[in-house]
Ligand binder design. Sequence first.
Ligand code: FAD
Length: 461
Amino acid sequence: MPSTSTSSISIPELRDAFGGRVVAPGDPGYDQARKVFYGKWDRRPAVVVRPADAHEVARVVGLARDRGLELAVRGGGHSLAGHSTSDGGIVLDLSELTALEVDPDGRTAWAQGGLTTGAYTKAVGADGLVTGFGDTASVGVGGLTLGGGVGYLVRKHGLTIDNLLAAELVTADGRILQVDDQRHPELFWAIRGGGGNFGVATRLRFRLHPLAGIVGGMLLLPATAQVIADFMAAAAAAPEELSAIANIMVAPPIPFLPPEAHGKLILMALVAWAGDAGAGERALAPFRALAEPLADMLRPMPYAGLFEPVDDMEVTEESARSLFMDTVDAAAAATIVEHLQASTAPMAVAQLRALGGAMARVPAEATAFAHRDRRVMGGVGAVYDQAADKPVHDAWADGFAAALRQGDPGVYVNFLADEGPGRVREAYPGATWDRLVEVKRRWDPDNLFRHNQNIPPDPAA
Ligand SMILES: Cc1cc2nc3c(=O)[nH]c(=O)nc-3n(C[C@H](O)[C@H](O)[C@H](O)COP(=O)(O)OP(=O)(O)OC[C@H]3O[C@@H](n4cnc5c(N)ncnc54)[C@H](O)[C@@H]3O)c2cc1C
């Protein structure tokens, strides 16, 4: 590994170049500046630099390249694998790059790479417009988009990358490129699913869709195997305006749940109907009829209402695995119930997202996200406090995911934790991997952008 000692960079020189937007060990703001969403990635970078524009981003990229320092690119800081922080390297923190230019008539928006998905959603929502991102406001536009982007509009408008029109990209050689279908089309293909492997996205241009509001929110049901299977069957059969995320877990003692439900398995559904309100009530009726709801908070609301209150939870330890499935039948639902009940973690969850619709109509080879035909994205996770308990919960998560797995292996790259090269390979099946490696060889032959779910330029080495 190249040296990552602070001695190879001069903090005073950096301060001269970047003004106050440099935070180093010993500075009052250092502990705050090195913090990321997952507290377990408690790392100590040599410096955190917050560039003010693409030219400054290119200078930081050049510095990391020339000094051989690890480069951690940070957007919203939600990497499950700790990729947006570093021990001894440079954190290129995009949090100053939050501008948004909306063209309501043309129905497009340029967002800078450090904007959060929640801030974007709220701002364009004021004009009755939307781009679909994920389910959590504090996730970064850059990190989510470059991996694919699966959210509440996935069945109606596809993945986030299906609504990405162009990007401004700072590449490993320090160039600032405009990338779209016409200009550097191979790069544009690769950044739609290939993550941060090809450069730093300083600006992203999205398509906007009109959306006056949704009917949706949270519905809590008792989670028997029958209810879980029926919920996912209803989600698959629903019109494309409807996207649903089912979280199955032991009910915490939350105030809007009847006390008798506490400690029992519940299905916490997050649902969005992006269409006519009357039709929405009809589309939601089958879900309400699955069982007597424990709480029914489905209602007409602004789309941005799905992202409030803004999350500020701090996750310490987590053992999570993600996978694709084709169906959640009675057997799969029974497996879910059994494994959740067997977990010894303070909190254990299974998440099921219904896919299909617009996402599935895009050809697998059109972008670097190739798992277009998979109908369900599944996730299992245990959250706990003590790192010493990790082996137990990792084994539980591995066993649970293996019991659910159907068909070819596959994973959504943005839901990968630090799981090794074999799992990154699962994100990019067949020809997708080969093509990504080719693009990587061309644009980052020295693998400067390696602190990520890495696509190495020479996988055999
Ligand atoms: C609570 C939570 C909820 C989530 N919900 C969803 C969801 O509903 N749908 C979904 O699709 N995903 C979801 N994700 C996954 C999320 O998309 C990924 O973790 C994503 O990588 C986070 O992006 P970030 O910018 O916040 O993270 P960061 O940690 O800052 O970045 C993650 C990776 O992306 C790279 N990166 C970030 N910005 C840029 C950029 N501008 N240019 C180049 N590289 C960049 C970083 O180098 C890093 O490797 C969720 C994650 C969490 C923790």
